[in-house]
Design a binder for this molecule. Structure first.
Ligand code: ZN
Ligand code: ZN
Length: 347
């Protein structure tokens, strides 16, 4: 066993407190990573809330992080101590099912092992996340972090980034495409940047007009106020792809109206039940889809693309001692556009 320090959810108070944690001893294909930066994802907030008042396994959130390799197992070939690495929200998968063989380990039929709150495939223990100074991971689920990328601003690429990257790539977005992004949080702001960098004409759909300047700064050429019927009518049947990253429950109909003939509305923010009129799909043969996380190949591809395009998240870095403040502010959307924890205060 290895010992480290991290931030664990306290089920009575619903806050995180600093505590000692154990990591497994390195298996032959494991690497130990000193966690330098970890993004604060909406799922972390949901996990802490769901954990409050429950007598469950220990919860340490954190599943988009960058760090430095400190030690490698005997069979590790791809990494050496000192290497900069990045890890996302899955840390293992069966490797043999049709999803895994298609390079979509994130959809593994035997369920991918989540970075926290997952079940280790070998010893059955519950995985603890990267709001901690050290993480131990199979080398196949760690990615070389390109030197061109700032390690703090790159951390959110590993969950928020790849979640919007996969649908953009799968739907063939590139020059000539029209894309709209609804919601400008962690996912949405990266969706605008990535879509624009892929060469698509990109717009933002927002409930309020006050995000227009922000949208343009991220690379959007168009801006649509979703609560203005005339504005929505003006972009009716316009976009090949609409990425809906709004995390609160909402009616997808206004967004569906903006989807072009044979285009796709991708639900990424709110993953609960949705009510859709079939007629809103019928007229224009529109498609409804979703996505989440990423396979190993596309995660590595995203990091290469971001290095080429000097593209990272817009972040606010906080010392990890302010993790509870970060979660509170995220809960009221007081963030532009992603909090990233600096874990060096855990030494
Ligand atoms: Zn996440
Ligand atoms: Zn699998």
């Amino acid at each position: 066993m290895r010992v480290t320090t991290g931030w664990q959810a306290d089920p009575t108070t619903g806050t995180l407190r600093r505590t000692g944690l154990r990591r497994r001893a390195l298996r032959p294909d494991d690497i130990a990573v000193r966690v330098d930066y970890c993004g604060v994802c909406h799922s972390d907030l949901h996990a802490v809330r769901a954990h409050t008042g429950e007598a469950g396994d220990a919860l340490v959130p954190g599943h988009e992080f960058t760090g430095t390799v400190t030690e490698v197992g005997g069979a590790v070939a791809g990494f050496a101590p000192g290497d900069a690495v990045a890890v996302g929200n899955i840390v293992d998968a069966c490797g043999t099912c049709p999803m895994c063989t298609a390079g979509q380990e994130n959809f593994c039929r035997a369920f991918p092992t989540l970075t926290y709150g997952g079940k280790d495939r070998q010893d059955g223990t519950t995985t603890l996340g990267a709001y901690a100074r050290e993480y131990v991971v199979r080398e196949t689920f760690a990615y070389a972090l390109p030197a061109a990328l700032d390690p703090a601003a790159a951390a959110p690429l590993l969950c928020a980034g790849v979640t919007v990257w996969e649908p953009l790539r799968a739907l063939g977005v590139g020059p000539g495409s029209t894309v709209a992004v609804a919601g400008l949080g962690g996912l949405g702001h990266l969706a605008v940047k990535l879509s624009a960098a892929l060469g698509a004409r990109t717009s933002v759909i927002s409930r309020t007009p006050d995000k227009a300047a922000e949208a343009r700064a991220l690379g959007a050429e168009g801006f649509v106020v979703s609560t203005d019927p005339d504005a929505v009518e003006g972009v009716r049947d316009r976009f090949d792809v609409v990425l809906d990253t709004v995390s609160a429950p909402h009616d997808p109909a206004p967004y569906l109206r903006t989807v072009a003939l044979d285009g796709t509305l991708v639900l990424l923010g709110h993953l609960g039940q949705v009510d859709v009129q079939a007629m809103d799909l019928l007229i224009g043969r529109k498609k409804l889809s979703s996505a989440g996380s990423g396979g190993r190949a596309s995660t590595a591809e995203l990091l290469r693309f971001c290095a080429e395009h000097a593209l990272t998240a817009d972040i606010e870095v906080l010392p990890s001692s302010q993790v509870n403040t970060a979660l509170e502010r995220l809960a009221r959307n007081d963030v532009r556009h992603r909090f990233v924890l600096d874990l060096s205060d855990l030494d």
